[in-house]
Design a protein around this ligand. Sequence first.
Ligand code: F1P
Length: 301
Amino acid sequence: MGETSYMAQELNSQPETWREAARIGAAKGPLPKAGERVAVVGCGTSWFMAQSYAALREGAGQGVTDPFAASEAFLGTDRAYDAVVAITRSGTTTEVLRVLDAVKGRIPTVTILGDPETPAVEVSDETLALPFADEKSVVQTRFATTALTLLRAHLGEDVSRAVGDAQEALAAPVEQEWVEAEQFSFLGTGWTFGLANEAALKMREASQSWTESYPAMEYRHGPIAIAAPGRVTWLFGPAPEGLEDDVARTGARFVRHARDPLADLVLVQRVALARARARGLDPDNPRSLTRSVMLDAAAAS
Ligand code: F1P
């Protein structure tokens, strides 16, 4: 545990893995071209990266991009997708493999994965392997953010500021108030909503914390009732008008940083790790979780 945990080592390596991903993303590769209609699928963390990518791609005017949890993907012929992008660190997640298998021969697929020696390779038309970002910790940190960095670079974004901000986020103080807070609500708009979902999941997985996540403009439509002293509302990206004041009135702590939102997720990963440590939990082996959900293997055993 502690600094020697895989989670700590892996999350600390993010600036380097992002740099490498930026190089790969900027090169011409098998990812969808501008104008193509794309469905992007994943489970858990990978689904949330799919959400962020979809919002970024559509926002950049590069074409319709729909994110789906792999188990809830609508990929019927009436939707006329030109490509399916799958994101999976393990390459073994059952629901992702099922989607890839179901569309085989009908819609071209490209899978971004951590481990290239896995069934996802067989079932995908194309793959983009990021073995340098694969992880030993069950809790994903660098694979997810590295995959998203690659996708940002592929969309034409200059990610050098994000890399610098990640370095800074690794050195920023983790406030004791965040380690002790009773509850966190994470908020985002556009592509940062996926980051909010991922921040909330990270905190649950690594530290069994009570967390929620919402599109920022949805927060006032009910969820703000949870905000109270001793709780934190953490916003990624631009702040909707008046939201900070509305949260302040509840007595909850409002957190928003100017750094690149993906780099701010790195700080949340560190908060999750600090909360795990404070509770005596092993962040590499969270309760009830495995590196990947393999339903067929579970059924066979
Ligand atoms: C997806 C995933 C993880 C989650 C858990 C189970 O894995 O849902 O995000 O933390 O460990 O698997 P993958 O398809 O990206 O390998």
